[in-house]
Design a protein around this ligand. Structure first.
Ligand SMILES: [Zn+2]
Length: 199
């Protein structure tokens, strides 16, 4: 690997690393606010510039996807409802909240309102999608019974997302059980997705 070259693209510092082991793959990731782009050593300067621009745009798009605003959250919920729940779940509101420490999401089916923990921002898109879908499904099935889970079977990454959330909760040292222990404290008709992403 040659010495890295750092270029500035707008407000982003980009470090280009050329690798002799790479033949045709280009990859990029963030490291401490810097963007690292890995390219094959044989790339010309023009190819390098082209691929750096492509990868920076790709990462920016991913950032935006992972940190959607309330407006984007609404659009995403509508899309997920359409795709996985036949459009049946129609929340009256869905928004980010920062005051939920023990739940990834919560839902008041009687009012059709959904709140999503801002702690999910920055997590992979499929995890956020799962939490949105979980709360959407509560608009159709309040508890965590068979009917509820059957609504989520069409989403292929349910198990993977639940595993991810369990891992995050465990790494954060959160005290978990595998039951919705907080549900007693909720107002009647409220449902919550506990950090344990429970059954
Ligand atoms: Zn739930």
């Amino acid at each position: 690997m040659c010495s890295p070259i750092v270029v500035s693209m707008g407000s982003t510092d980009v470090e280009v690393r050329r690798s002799h082991r790479r033949r045709r793959t280009v990859s990029a990731y963030r490291d401490n606010g810097r963007t690292i782009v890995l390219i094959p050593a044989r790339f010309t300067k023009a190819e390098e510039q082209q691929w750096v621009a492509t990868m920076v745009a790709k990462l920016a798009k991913g950032d935006k996807r992972r940190r959607p605003s309330d407006t984007e959250l609404r659009a995403r919920a509508a899309e997920l409802s359409q795709r996985y729940l036949g459009g049946m779940a129609k929340p009256s509101s869905i928004r980010w909240v920062t005051n939920q420490n023990s739940r990834w999401g919560s839902c008041t089916p009687a009012e059709g309102t959904i709140r999503i923990s801002a702690r999910l921002k920055g997590m992979p898109g499929y995890v956020l999608d799962y939490v949105i879908l979980h709360e959407l499904a509560h608009l159709l099935a309040p508890g965590h019974g068979r009917q509820f889970w059957s609504l989520l079977t069409s989403y292929p990454r349910t198990e993977r997302a639940r595993g991810y959330l369990e891992g995050v909760a465990s790494a954060a040292g959160l005290d978990l059980t595998d039951a919705d222990q907080d549900e007693e404290a909720l107002a009647p008709g409220q449902a919550a997705l506990d950090v344990a992403a429970v059954d």
